[in-house]
Every structure is written in structure tokens, then in C-alpha cells.
Design a protein around this ligand. Structure first.
Ligand SMILES: *Cc1c(COP(=O)(O)O)cnc(C)c1O
Length: 374
């Protein structure tokens, strides 16, 4: 039986041929294909300025710089995310302030944000975990009341929407990732949606050594920038993917529906919210009933793998990583995030999966788990 990974990018032959043309064209780094993808992403985001970068991590870090966040500032986020979300706060010299997750949405608990705000708080980084958007109305209500910037970590929510409004069209600064595992990919890459041309100009400088070029061939450097531009090779992949994003996400929704239909609900697993309105179904993640199991999560994943099914973990609560423990975070501070982070497993979900694959995953999951329940 073929191994079924938990995710797999879907790159069509037209895209592969188009990448070949870029390679033959003599221009493979940042150029016309990046410009075209920026224009198409801008249209996708209601005409707002969008700028490409080599990763969403770079986009988030530069977004914090654009918001003027640095040493002495606090930034609120949730411990249940990919580590990039908190790393970028440390990178700009600011302090991450974690707020626990909501047990149902598994996103930041909006009712707990205001208690974490201090005079030093400058911004919130909400994360749309698994592609399920954070409630944008409540989030921006809090941000407005406390005059905070918002840097949306929408790495997983490309093509998702909040109450019919597409993520990326409204709000403050919004970062998307085009990493290979995301709903649309450029291999590696990302972009930031900005508020105006002034922010976009600063972002362009930050992503490429702080350089401004003039028409007469001269240049100046007036800010310290890094090196995070995207290549035309990556942009060409992104152009092929963006065309198919809505179709990919529609297929993901169908597959998620099948998971809910076929999942054995007598196992004692908590399932994600059945949201077919807002989510782009980046991932499908049951929580294991660890207390009732004779084996741990690692062994469960190994047994699924032995049945040719890939299972991932996204993510352990990040305040428990050594880097954060060394800064004083400890077990017990964010019990909901810790519980979800300890029990979560990511089951296969990607557009090229067949209906039978979902059924096989559900049957195998049930058999493997049933054998170890007490
Ligand atoms: C993937 C991801 C990132 C980082 O994206 P890269 O493009 O890999 O830098 C950040 N936050 C979340 C929630 C992600 O899933």
C-alpha cells in the first residue's frame, strides 16, 4: 500500500513548464514574475499593497519593524503556533506575552487578551491555526480600544474568510506563507499585505539591504535592511498555485466534511470546530484521549506510520521550549495550549487526496486507537 503523507503540494504540469521557461529566460531572481504575482495578490486582497518575501517569517519580522516595535515593547500572541510567530518578536528585541488558547477554536482566547495588556503592549499577533480565522470583529475591537497594532499571522489561512470577508482584504498588516506545506506554495516564500504605499516602500527597503535605486543609476541606503527577496522561479510556482487556490480549498472543505462523516466519534477524541463557512481547512486535527491510552502520542504516530499513514504534530505549546523556559515560562501557565499541544495530531489532508483515502485514515485511526484504549 502507498504511503499517505499528512500533506503534499499539488504542482501541475503547466506550472512545471512555466518554471522551465523562467530558468531559460536568463532572469531567475526577483523580476517580472515577482511583479506579476504581487499584482495578482494585491487584486486578491482588494487592491491593497502586497509585497513578496522569501518566507513568512521574514514578512512577520519586517512587519514588526514597520510597526516600530523593538526593545522594551511587548507583543501578545498565543503559544499554540509554529515557533516563527514568537521567534520574530524576540528577533526585533521585543518581549512575547503569551495568552492561552480557546479550547474550542484552539486560537488565542480573545476573552483573556485584555488582562495581558500593559502600558508596554504595542501589538497583537493573532494566528489562524489550521486555517480557522480568529474572530476579526472582536480582535480589532480590542486593538482599537487599546490602540494596538495587529500583525496577522495568516500563514495558514490563505483563502479563508471571516464572515464572508476574505482574510487579507481588511485589517492592519497581514502575513501569508507560501511554504511547501501551506494551502498555496512557492516552494518557500511569503508576502505581507500593507496599509499604504509608504509602508510598502519601507518594506521593499527592509527586504533588500535598505537600498533605494534612482533613475540615473545611482542608489542610496537609509535604513538597515536584510536579504529576503523572492526569486522569479518561486514566483512562477506561486502564480500557478494562486490560480488554483479556490479549487484547492474547495476540495479541502469536501475532504474535511468526509472526515467528520467517517470519524469514529466513540473514541473520545476532541474534533476541531465543524466550520465550513470561514476555514480553509489547512489541517484536520483530532486531540488524542491520552489519559485513556496505554501508549503515548509518539508511539501512536509510529503505529499509524506502520499502517502507511503519515501523522504530524502542529504544534507543541511553544512556551515550553528551552528558549522560552530560560526566559521564565513554565508548565501550567497556559493549560489549554499545553493540553492541546500535548494531544494534537494532524491527519492527512491535501487537495489530491481521494475520498477513499479519508475513509482509510478514519478506519485505521480507529483500529490503532481502539487497540490501546483501557
Ligand atoms: C508556516 C508558518 C509560519 C512561517 O512561514 P514560513 O514561510 O515557513 O516562514 C509562521 N506562522 C505559522 C502559523 C505558520 O504555519
Amino acid at each position: 500500500m502507498d504511503f499517505l503523507p499528512f500533506t503534499r503540494p499539488a504542482i501541475d504540469e503547466d506550472t512545471i513548464a512555466a518554471v522551465g521557461e523562467v530558468l531559460r529566460s536568463g532572469w531567475i531572481t526577483t523580476g517580472p514574475r515577482c511583479q506579476q504575482l504581487e499584482a495578482e495578490l494585491s487584486a486578491f486582497c482588494g487592491g491593497r499593497p502586497v509585497r513578496l518575501v522569501s518566507s513568512a517569517t521574514a514578512a512577520l519580522e519586517m512587519a514588526l519593524q514597520i510597526a516600530g516595535i523593538g526593545p522594551g515593547d511587548e507583543v501578545i500572541t498565543c503559544p499554540l503556533s509554529w515557533i516563527a510567530t514568537a521567534n520574530v518578536i524576540l528577533k526585533v528585541g521585543a518581549t512575547p506575552v503569551f495568552v492561552d488558547a480557546d479550547p474550542l477554536t484552539r486560537n488565542i482566547d480573545l476573552s483573556k487578551i485584555e488582562a495581558a495588556i500593559t502600558p508596554r503592549t504595542k501589538a497583537i499577533i493573532p494566528v489562524d491555526l489550521a486555517g480557522l480565522p480568529v474572530d476579526r470583529d472582536r480582535l480589532y475591537g480590542i486593538a482599537r480600544r487599546h490602540k494596538l497594532r495587529v500583525v496577522e499571522d495568516a500563514a495558514q489561512s490563505m483563502g479563508a474568510n471571516w464572515q464572508g470577508r476574505r482574510i487579507g482584504r481588511e485589517g492592519d498588516l497581514i502575513s501569508f506563507s507560501f511554504h511547501a506545506n501551506k494551502n498555496m506554495t512557492s516552494g518557500e516564500g511569503g508576502c505581507l499585505v500593507l496599509n499604504n504605499d509608504e509602508e510598502a516602500r519601507l518594506f521593499e527597503k527592509l527586504r533588500l539591504q535598505g537600498v533605494t535605486r534612482f533613475a540615473d543609476g545611482t542608489m542610496d541606503v537609509d535604513v538597515l535592511g536584510g536579504k529576503a527577496n523572492m526569486t522569479d522561479i518561486a514566483a512562477m510556482i506561486g502564480l500557478g498555485q494562486l490560480k488554483k487556490l479556490d479549487g484547492f480549498n474547495a476540495r479541502r472543505r469536501e475532504l474535511a466534511r468526509l472526515y467528520f462523516q467517517h470519524f469514529d466519534r466513540s473514541l473520545g477524541c476532541a474534533l476541531p470546530p465543524e466550520d465550513f463557512q470561514n476555514s480553509n481547512w489547512h489541517m484536520f486535527q483530532p486531540l488524542l484521549p491520552l489519559q485513556r491510552m496505554r501508549i503515548g502520542r509518539g508511539e501512536f504516530i509510529a503505529r499509524m506510520k506502520a499502517e502507511h499513514i503519515g501523522v504530524g504534530v502542529h504544534y507543541p505549546a511553544m512556551h515550553l521550549f528551552t528558549l522560552f523556559r530560560e526566559k521564565g515560562y513554565a508548565e501550567g501557565q497556559f493549560p489549554v495550549a499545553e493540553d492541546i499541544g500535548a494531544r494534537t495530531v494532524t491527519l492527512p489532508l491535501f487537495p489530491a487526496m481521494r475520498d477513499e483515502d479519508v475513509i482509510r485514515v478514519c478506519q485505521t485511526f480507529s483500529a490503532v486507537l481502539r487497540a490501546v484504549l483501557h
